[in-house]
Design a protein around this ligand. Sequence first.
Ligand code: MD6
Ligand code: FE
Length: 212
Amino acid sequence: MTNASAPPRGAARPGAWLNGVALYPGWLDPAAQQATRDCLARVIEAAPPFSPETRFGKPMSVRMTSAGRFGWYSDRRGYRYVDRHPSGSAWPPIPQPVLAIWHAVTGLDREPDCCLVNLYRDRARMGLHQDRDEADFDWPVLSVSLGDSALFRVGGTARGDPTRSTWLHSGDVALMAGPARLAFHGIDRIRPGSSTLLPQGGRLNLTLRVVT
Ligand code: MD6
Ligand code: FE
């Protein structure tokens, strides 16, 4: 346990902590991971992943898509939620088994209105960032990892705060809530070939958010 704090009221009991982020290692067993992967395959078919541009105009190494009422989007105009895929179609609904993970871990009745899907291949990474494009930071953000393992780094609420890292493996869940909701965090790298869950390899990460 690192920097243990209280789990949010009603949330499942974490197995570990990382700088205030609640970790649930192995929350999904192999059968649940396969079921989640199969729902996600249909989301990806309906809303093909794309490489958003940072606000500096550089394409991100992570490919993304979303499910739910809103999807996360980025280009030179900045980071924001939009109600359409770049193709012009509405985002597909968040699959029921994914909503069930949200309710079981957070203990909340309120549904998330965005499931951001991040796809990592080879050298894809995600720089240290805060999730702050949502309207109300009292709602947590829940992350689900599938496929290859990833080195997850978490700091504090200021960019220069010291960080700690852990490997997130397939089936692991992480909850950013309370004081850690605005912690800086990122993915330094994945370990290609560490999982056989995804037919084409790589890593899928879902983050569930309440946007409005
Ligand atoms: C990732 N995760 O695991 C990136 N954001 O691929 C995130 O950026 C993240 O794990 C908010 C809450 C939890 C997270
Ligand atoms: Fe994030």
